[in-house]
Design a protein around this ligand. Structure first.
Ligand code: GLN
Length: 536
C-alpha cells in the first residue's frame, strides 16, 4: 500500500485538487489501482448544508454522499465512482469519537486529540485506501491553519509508522515580479511544514510561467527537495493538460524512485481530447442562468461536462453567466444565445428570472437544457403559460399556492433536519421508447444521481401531458417524473436528475452533448438573430 499526501501552502485556491487529480490520472494510466481521499478540515459533517457561494458546488456521489467538489474532479480524472468514505471532515471524525466516548468505548480514559482524534483519522484513511495500490490524500486548507493540525499530525505519525509507504507533495506559489520569480514564500511554507515534522518529497510550484532553472536550484537548496522532485505547475488553459505537463517533467520516474517501484508503462488517453479543447472547430454561446454566477465553481460539473463535449466533438462552449434576477428587469442578457441551460438550485430568489428564461427558450425555439430546479422551472412555466394556471408554483417557493405543480416528495414531509435528508444519490430511471431520451441513452434503464426534495405533483401529470409535455423518463412505478421533452420540439430536454455529476472526459453526459449539438445546429440556422421577448 502506498500513500501520496498533497498539502498546500502560501495561499488557498492554488489548484491542489487539479494537481492531485492529474497525478491520480498519471498513476492510474500507468497500471496502478488508484483512489483519492479528500480531507476537509471544517467542522461541517459534510458539504450538504454549505452555501455554494462560499465553497462552490456540492457534489453528489452514487451512495448519496454530499461532498466537496474536488471529489468530482477525482472521479472525472480517475473515471471511477467514489464513496462518502473518500471525503473525511473534522465533523465526521469528532462525531465518531464523541459517539464512542458516550458508548463508553474508551474505557474511562481521557479522550484527547492525540491519540484519539489522530487514531480515528488514521483509521478512516486506511479504511478508504484498503484494496488499492496507491491512495492520494489531499489535505484541504493551507499548512499553518489551526483546523488542519490534527490531520497533519496524524499523517506525520503515519509516516513514522510506515516510512516507505508515504510520500509528501506540497503545492506552493511562486509569485512573479517583473521577470523575476520569487521563491521566498515557498521557502517559508516548506519551513512551516517541516516545523510540524513533515519533509516534502515533491513540490508543485504554481506560477504564471514555467519555473526557471535558477529558481528550481534555489528552492531545492532551501527545502531539501531534489530538483527532480520539483514540478513546475505553471498556468495552462485547461485542467486536462495538467497530467501531460507533469509527466513531461518526469514526475512518474521520481515517484517510482521514491517508492523503489519497477517501471510501468504510461498510457496517455487524453491526447485527442486536449487537442480538441485547444483547437476547437466550432463555438457556441450558451447562457447559464443562475444566482451564484459570480462563483463559477458553483456550477463546476456543468462547466466540466461542457469541456467533455468539446474534447469529444471539437465544439467549444462559450459560457455566458447570466444572473437570473436581472431577467426580471430586462431580457437583454438572453440575446444572441445559441442555447439556454438552467441548472439546479434552492430557494425562491432567482426563480422568477429562470421562469422567464425557460419561456424565452420555448417561445423562440432556442435549445434548452433544464437540470433539477431547471426541470421544475419548465413545469412551472408551462403550467402558467400553456395550462393557464397563472399562479402555478412549487410549494418550495409558495407553500400556499393554489396550483402546486411541484410539490414536496411524500417521504420528505416530516423531515426536520436539513443535512443529508434529500432524495440523494444514484437512482434507477426508466426510459420510455420512441423519445429523444431513448435515442440518447439507447437503453431503457439508466442510473443517475439525484439531490432534491420536490418533484412533479402526480395530480398534474395528465394535464401537463395534454399541454404537450412528454415525460420520457420516470421511476419504475411511473409516478416520479425524471425527464421531460416537448412534442414538436427536438431541442428541449430537462431532467430531474443531475446528469452533470456522471459526465466523464471520454464519456460526456448524453444530455449535455445533445444540447450542445442542437445549439450548434441552431447557431448555423439562426446565427446572430436577436429576439424581442414578449412582455405580458
Ligand atoms: N430545490 C429543488 C428541490 O429541492 C431543486 C433541487 C436542485 O436543483 N438540486 O427539489
Amino acid at each position: 500500500m502506498h500513500y501520496i499526501v498533497i498539502t498546500g501552502g502560501v495561499i488557498s485556491g492554488l489548484g491542489k485538487g487539479t494537481i492531485t487529480s492529474g497525478l491520480s490520472y498519471l498513476l492510474k494510466n500507468s497500471g496502478f489501482n488508484v483512489t483519492n481521499i479528500k480531507i476537509d478540515p471544517y467542522l461541517n459533517y459534510d458539504a450538504g448544508t454549505m452555501n455554494p457561494y462560499q465553497h462552490g458546488e456540492v457534489f453528489v456521489l452514487d451512495d448519496g454522499g454530499e461532498v466537496d467538489l474536488d471529489l468530482g474532479n477525482y472521479e472525472r480524472f480517475l473515471d471511477t465512482s467514489l464513496t462518502s468514505n473518500n471525503n473525511i471532515t473534522t465533523g465526521k471524525i469528532y462525531k465518531e469519537v464523541i459517539e464512542k466516548e458516550r458508548r463508553g468505548d474508551y474505557l474511562g480514559s481521557t479522550v484527547q486529540i492525540i491519540p484519539h482524534i489522530t487514531n480515528e483519522i488514521k483509521n478512516r484513511i486506511m479504511k478508504a485506501a484498503k484494496g488499492y495500490d496507491i491512495a492520494l490524500i489531499e489535505v484541504g486548507g493551507t499548512v499553518g491553519d489551526i483546523e488542519s493540525m490534527p490531520f497533519l499530525e496524524a499523517l506525520r505519525q503515519m509516516k513514522s509508522e510506515r516510512n516507505d509507504e508515504i510520500i509528501f507533495g506540497h503545492v506552493t506559489l511562486i509569485p512573479e515580479s517583473g521577470n523575476e520569480q520569487k521563491t521566498k514564500p515557498t521557502q517559508h511554507s516548506v519551513k512551516e511544514l517541516r516545523a510540524i515534522g513533515i519533509q516534502p518529497d515533491l513540490l508543485f510550484c504554481r506560477s504564471e510561467h514555467p519555473l526557471n532553472n535558477e529558481s528550481r536550484k534555489k528552492i531545492s537548496l532551501f527545502t531539501d527537495v531534489r530538483e527532480s522532485g520539483i514540478i513546475s505547475a505553471y498556468n495552462v488553459e485547461n485542467v486536462y493538460s495538467v497530467p501531460d505537463l507533469m509527466e513531461k517533467q518526469h514526475i512518474l520516474d521520481r515517484i517510482k524512485e521514491l517508492y523503489g517501484m519497477e517501471d510501468h508503462r504510461f498510457n496517455y488517453t487524453l491526447e485527442n481530447f486536449v487537442k480538441n479543447i485547444k483547437n476547437p472547430r466550432e463555438t457556441v454561446s450558451v447562457g447559464v442562468i443562475g444566482k451564484y454566477i459570480d462563483m463559477h465553481d458553483a456550477y463546476i460539473s456543468h462547466k466540466e461536462a461542457f469541456s467533455h463535449v468539446t474534447g469529444n466533438t471539437g465544439i467549444a462552449v462559450n459560457i455566458k453567466w447570466i444572473d437570473s434576477d436581472n431577467l426580471i428587469k430586462t431580457a437583454e442578457d438572453l440575446n444572441g444565445l445559441d442555447g439556454i441551460l438552467i441548472p439546479g438550485g434552492f430557494g425562491y430568489r432567482g426563480v422568477e428570472g429562470k421562469i422567464i428564461a425557460a419561456k424565452y427558450a420555448r417561445d423562440n425555439n432556442i435549445p434548452y437544457l433544464g437540470i433539477c430546479l431547471g426541470f421544475q422551472v419548465s413545469i412551472i412555466e408551462i403550467s402558467r403559460n400553456l395550462l393557464g394556471l397563472k399562479k402555478a408554483n412549487s410549494t418550495e417557493f409558495d407553500p400556499e399556492t393554489e396550483y402546486p405543480v411541484i410539490d414536496i416528495l411524500p417521504e420528505q414531509k416530516n423531515i426536520k433536519d436539513l443535512g443529508g435528508t434529500m432524495r440523494l444519490g444514484s437512482k434507477k430511471v426508466l426510459i420510455h421508447d420512441n423519445t429523444i431520451a431513448k435515442s440518447l441513452y439507447q437503453k431503457n434503464i439508466i442510473y443517475e444521481r439525484h439531490r432534491h426534495r420536490f418533484e412533479v405533483n402526480p395530480e398534474y401529470i395528465k394535464s401537463l401531458e395534454n399541454s404537450g409535455i412528454i415525460f420520457s423518463g420516470t421511476d419504475e412505478e411511473k409516478i416520479r417524473m425524471e425527464i421531460m421533452e416537448l412534442k414538436n420540439r427536438d431541442n428541449y430536454i430537462a431532467t430531474q436528475y443531475h446528469a452533470e455529476f456522471k459526465s466523464r472526459p471520454l464519456n460526456p453526459s448524453k444530455v449535455h452533448l445533445y444540447f450542445i449539438k442542437k445549439s450548434l445546429e441552431y447557431k448555423k440556422a439562426n446565427g446572430g438573430k436577436i429576439y424581442e421577448r414578449n412582455i405580458e
